[in-house]
Design a protein around this ligand. Structure first.
Ligand SMILES: C[S@@+](CC[C@H](N)C(=O)[O-])C[C@H]1O[C@@H](n2cnc3c(N)ncnc32)[C@H](O)[C@@H]1O
Length: 270
């Protein structure tokens, strides 16, 4: 008998707040659902890959990231061909970083995103007010991508609807049998964190309040959801009528020591 095991796709970028190490323990808490899986703070998509749902609606406000998913879904091999042409030197990194992604076709723009992500300092994504990528070179001597994984990622994305936008756009069309996992940039003790800058706009306390209001509204419609966030008084107060599942702490890149002691919560309405 042949091997019927199908290899699973995994995240192909390094992403701050990425859930790769926690994806299986988080998804073990998810309920059974017969509809679509919604993930409106997609980032590196590690939970989506772990869960491997039949149908999904995936959203992030970072349009360059979302374009990268679309390019890989449409033609991963074309993205790979571009990736093969990059040279991992500081000079080349700085030259590529200067190129406006909007001036490139979709596959080349995606390759530039993956190349910069894998060679920049700690895989950070940070842009200035003009939207220009400004993370310094990281000098990592490693492959930018794994072709087998990119092919699997492309395969997994074929049935997914992929959207660029705010999380509220990402939940449009939700129906009762769907399930939604929210993984926003975490609320940070001490407020503003420069490394929390995934896009030229910040996710602030008022956005956490907006997310909690959306969750309340979904609950009243009988839609099941789970939210990840920091285990802080602010977050516990916002979601006080729901169930908290403490998630064991992990080491995070680039957190200040005051943040490192903060645990994480999975908040659920089921
Ligand atoms: C903690 S990361 C998600 C990590 C992801 N679960 C993973 O495993 O890689 C949060 C994501 O939210 C996105 N984001 C920030 N503000 C947003 C907003 N208002 N609406 C939708 N996405 C947003 C960021 O671009 C980032 O990719």
């Amino acid at each position: 008998m042949g091997d019927t095991t199908v290899a699973s796709a995994s995240a192909f970028i390094k992403w701050v707040g990425g859930k790769q190490a926690l994806a299986s323990s988080l998804s073990a808490h998810f309920p059974k659902f017969s509809g679509r899986y919604f993930e409106p703070f997609l980032g590196g998509a590690s939970v989506f890959f772990e869960l491997n749902p039949k149908r999904a609606v995936l959203t992030d406000s970072n349009s360059w990231l979302i374009d990268t998913y679309i390019a890989i879904r449409n033609d991963w091999a074309k993205v790979a061909t571009h990736l093969d042409s990059f040279e991992n030197t500081k000079d080349n990194y700085l030259a590529v970083r200067k190129i406006n992604p909007e001036s490139l076709d979709l596959a080349r723009r995606a390759a530039q995103f993956v190349f910069l992500n894998k060679t920049c300092f700690r895989g950070l994504f940070r842009v200035n007010q003009k939207g220009e990528f400004n993370v310094p070179y990281g000098a990592y001597d490693r492959r930018y991508y794994n072709p087998q994984n990119l092919a699997l990622v492309s395969d997994r994305l074929q049935t997914a609807e992929i959207r660029t936008g705010d999380f509220e756009d990402g939940i449009a069309g939700l129906e009762e049998e769907d399930f939604i996992y929210f993984d926003p940039p975490y609320y940070k003790l001490g407020g503003y964190s420069d490394f929390n800058r995934y896009t030229s706009t910040q996710f602030r306390a008022k956005d956490h309040v907006r997310l909690a209001a959306v969750c309340n509204e979904l609950s009243s419609r009988g839609i099941l959801w789970a939210v990840s966030n920091s285990d802080t008084t602010f977050v516990r107060e916002l979601f006080s009528s729901f169930r908290f599942i403490p998630i064991s702490a992990r080491r995070e890149i680039n957190l200040k020591s005051q943040d490192r002691a903060v645990g994480e919560l999975l908040i659920v309405n089921f």
